[in-house]
Design a binder for this molecule. Sequence first.
Ligand code: CA2
Length: 140
Amino acid sequence: MKKILILNGPNLNLLGKREPEIYGSQGFEEYFESLKTAFSSEVQLSYFQSNSEGTIIDKIHEVGFSYDGIVLNAGAYTHTSVAIADAIAAIESPVIEVHISNVYKRESFRHKSYLAQNCKGVIAGLGLMGYELAVRNLLG
Ligand code: CA2
């Protein structure tokens, strides 16, 4: 069975609790359970969230040579982290960058991604559905 990791970065543990007008009202754990059920016959989905840059990098290294893909929402580290960009470049698994909000409709500092050039693709602004679309793409 194929294996895909969904990896969320800083503050995404607050989903559903704050700023519902930007990020929606559903918590990620609840959404992840429905995703896991929907894909249960096709892929082993796992989920990890961290607020720390180093922990996110460790997780990328841990799965990046054995998993069939990573769906990564690195949160604000997207716009700042050369270290996460380097980690993505160093692994073999394809990575799809996902953003819940349309970062291009927001502040200009959110328009820059250090990660995108090392990713298979980028999805932004489609809400939580972006994670499902990314998983579908990684399954081929
Ligand atoms: O749109 C996205 O998915 C973002 O990656 C979310 C990040 C933001 O820094 C990026 O520019 C775009 C922030 C995540 C914060 O999540 C919250 C969720 C609920 C309440 C407060 C923050």
